[in-house]
Design a protein around this ligand. Sequence first.
Ligand code: SAM
Ligand code: SF4
Length: 355
Amino acid sequence: MAESPLDLHGRPLGVLRLSLTARCNLACPYCCPDLEDPPDLLTLPERLALVEATAGLGVHTLRLTGGEPLLHRRLEELIAALQPLRRRDPGDPRGALREIALTSNGVLLGAERARQLKAAGLDRITLSLDGTDGASVARMAGLGGAAAGAAVLEKVLAAIGHAREAGFDPARGALKLNAVVTRSGNADQLLPLAELAREQGLELRLIEFMDVGNRNGWVPEQVLPAAEMVARIGAAWPLEPVGRAPHGTAGRWRYRDGGGHLAVVASITAPFCGDCNRLRITADGVAYSCLFAADGTDLKPWLRPCADAAGLEEALRRLWLQRRDRYSEERQMIRPGEGVGAPLRPQAEMAYLGG
Ligand code: SAM
Ligand code: SF4
């Protein structure tokens, strides 16, 4: 693994979240994706150059995201082209990738696509699903009615099966389920989602509704705190804490009856800025050092007309060395004693940053 520069809070770089498109085939109101991509989408060679540069700065895990990454037609080609980076010796100073993961809503994950992704060299898939009935799915995915929600639900349930059959084994952490929970949207889905995940042998990752972007109408009152989610599920199936892995986003819990694990991402009520090692790059090549950042660094000048590998790595190194973001912790401190406050400033949108 290449040695990483440390940012101003002493945090190394370790994970790259690369958004492949800002478009989506769903319209979750907590995310509000765009209908169109920005005009300057990166090409496949440009994305390869970016991943290679970040690997040289310590990135060992790549997460492909969006918008909806399965809308990207060259996804499998990109994953296959990244494989040489994984075959490098871990001690190679140019850096080596250990893992390539994908976050998807699963609607387009048919059996053949799942096999192709596995064959291309994808290691892990996290599928997003916010309810277990048509009406809840429709509400959380911004669809017209319960019938449309039921159709999406059916596809995502099928996608879980396809991913498993293609070799993404949940028992080895290669297949997980994400759910965003809002107080009035789907808090009633906590137990049904936990039950579904337990039946399917999947780790369910419950995500607090976050104030990403400027158009999802976030208000603190809509956040269901992770502690409350754990308490509600733990009342049905007792849980014991496992903890949060270093640099991880999720606090994990184990079902005492042997029913697997539950995880909660508490970026509002229990921020984990202190050891955050994630860099985000948008589909049009703008790097953000925080999910809640207002400004990014456009990397295209080092990618066009052709990639300047040394210049790109230097630009990214400078960006990381100057990084001081700890937005979630600052948000929490803004009104001490009164719970979380309102968003502090305009921010980039979720579908650009990829979660
Ligand atoms: N379309 C893919 C999906 O939904 O899995 C990948 C992109 S999506 C932006 C990545 C993750 O961010 C999803 O799990 C989604 O639920 C989560 N997400 C989106 N908006 C959010 C918000 N405001 N708060 C918390 N999580 C959010
Ligand atoms: Fe699309 Fe994912 Fe955003 Fe939902 S969370 S609108 S599925 S990008």
